[in-house]
Design a protein. Structure first.
Ligand code: SAM
Length: 276
């Protein structure tokens, strides 16, 4: 798909411009999100036009105007072609997700990982998702395993409002609940324990491991996301072990799944940990 874009632009960009052109882009609903190097910003409308010509289903082209940042991990976007809007309806793993990819965090690249976690959930489980954003983990889990109950907690009021709308868009999912607030405030108020806790906040989930373990039943599963250097995945397992020791628990088993990477050496990983 992106190779075709390169073919179209080959006649319109100079060889030195082609050399720095980033040909891959994400598609969220009907919005294409592309990275354009500074030296090519003068060609942004041309690039947007080529993407719109290539995919009839894409109605908006936006460029990343910064990085995911801040507590709510939001991403500045600039519309460079198509309709003037940032909200779209995205379909993933059988669920419908309304999202403004600038106002809230949402990564289409985690779709396979969400399905992987959902496929592990057994009938009857009570699942807690920390940092639930616009709701993709809880909704995909709730759809994949209708015999479980899922709670998602999200601090950003905007992301939580989208999660509530998305519950409305997926009306059959009566096994999913969302709470707005900081997990540190909301989890103790739930007064519940869980069979599985998912922690998709790779840069800082480590600081919430103590809270998660306090709510996790004996011999149950924790999914801890971390950023880790290649060759040091054991370091992420050690973070879980450390909190287990502090709380008099044990790490019975752990496996690491690579979910993506941030730099060529820095990976986004998930530690699936069975906690005794
Ligand atoms: C990396 S995003 C993941 C969102 C979602 N799970 C997904 O896969 O699209 C992390 C989310 O955690 C939220 N967050 C950060 N700190 C939080 C906290 N202390 N309590 C609850 N949510 C928090 C952010 O607002 C953001 O939406």
């Amino acid at each position: 798909m992106s190779g075709e874009l390169k073919k179209i632009l080959r006649d319109q960009l100079a060889p030195e411009e082609m050399a720095i052109f980033v040909q891959s882009y994400d598609i969220v609903g009907d919005i294409a999100i592309i990275v354009i190097p500074d030296a090519l910003l003068g060609k942004k409308r041309l690039i947007a036009g080529a993407i719109l010509d290539l995919h009839r289903r894409i109605k908006v082209v936006a460029r990343r105007a910064g990085i995911h940042d801040g507590e709510f991990r939001t991403l500045p976007l600039e519309i460079i072609g198509g309709e003037d809007r940032k909200e779209t309806l995205h379909r993933e793993n059988g669920v419908r997700l309304l999202v403004d990819p600038e106002a809230v965090y949402f990564s289409v690249r985690s779709g396979n990982e969400r399905q992987r976690i959902a496929s592990l959930v057994q009938p009857g489980e009570r699942v807690l998702v920390f940092f639930s954003g616009i709701g993709p983990y809880p909704l995909v889990i709730g759809r994949t395993q209708p015999q479980c109950r899922v709670i998602g907690i999200e601090k950003s009021p905007i992301a939580h409002a989208y999660a509530m709308k998305n519950l409305g868009y997926n009306r059959r999912l009566t096994n999913v609940l969302f709470y707005e607030g900081d997990v540190r405030a909301v989890v103790p108020r739930l007064k519940k324990t869980f069979d599985r806790i998912v922690m998709p906040l790779p840069k800082s989930a480590e600081g919430f491991l103590d809270l998660a373990l306090l709510s996790l039943q004996h011999q149950r599963w924790l999914h801890f996301y971390d950023m880790q250097e290649k060759g040091n995945f054991a370091g992420s397992i050690e973070k879980v072990k450390h909190i287990c020791r502090q709380q008099g628990r044990s790490l019975v088993a752990a496996t690491v799944t690579i979910c993506g990477h941030c730099t060529p050496r820095l990976y986004r990983i998930c530690v699936d940990a069975l906690i005794g």
